[in-house]
Design a protein around this ligand. Structure first.
Ligand code: ADP
Ligand code: MG
Length: 166
């Protein structure tokens, strides 16, 4: 687990199950308003990871690929909080996100998970957790976490601690 610098983390996942478990760990740490960007090619594992995040957060419904809906909203029983899961693959222009009420989603006081965030780069908040997924081999994926802003540097530090104990 090489530590690149403060606010960065580089991890290898060896299986979809491991990716899910990593997501679960991250999901338990999320707070309202957190923005997570999952970047990587088709099949990289963004949705597998997001599904783990939803599980760890406590979503009452499983996170599945929202490609055809652009946005899925989930709730949890404990405190009626909401979690938003977006897939921007089908957006041609950043203007299209007005149609899904992106501002309201960002102000919706729930964590927001965004697949294909580069499609809406201009609309993203500057402070966010950016996670880059790369396919290394059929079942190996490289995850690079980069936190922009104090909250996300702290989130990475907590995630590192809960995953690796350091
Ligand atoms: N280490 C791994 N982590 C995540 N997915 C993996 C891994 N190894 C193989 N896979 C497979 O890759 C695919 C990832 O699909 P998905 O999460 O839908 O990708 P994306 O949302 O990035 O397009 C799944 O079929 C999954 O089983
Ligand atoms: Mg996906």
């Amino acid at each position: 687990m090489p530590i690149l610098k403060e606010g960065q983390l580089d991890i290898i996942s060896h299986s979809p199950e491991q990716t899910q478990r990593l997501g679960v760990r991250l999901g338990t740490l999320l707070r309202p308003g957190d923005v997570l960007c999952l970047s990587g090619d088709m099949g990289a594992g963004k949705t597998v990871f997001a599904a783990g995040i939803g599980k760890g957060w406590g979503a009452q419904t499983p996170l599945t690929s929202p490609t055809f809906n652009l946005v899925h909203e989930h709730t949890r029983e404990a405190d009626a909080q909401r979690l938003f899961h977006l897939d921007c693959y089908r957006l041609d222009s950043v203007d299209d996100i007005d149609a899904i009420g992106f501002d309201e989603i960002l102000n919706g006081r729930g964590p927001v998970i965004i697949e294909w965030p580069e499609r809406i780069a201009a609309a993203l908040p500057r402070q966010r957790l950016w996670i880059e997924l790369r396919v290394l081999e059929p079942t190996r994926r490289n995850f690079i976490f980069e936190g922009v802003g104090k909250r996300y540097e702290e989130l990475i530090a907590k995630f590192r601690e809960s995953t690796f104990g350091v």
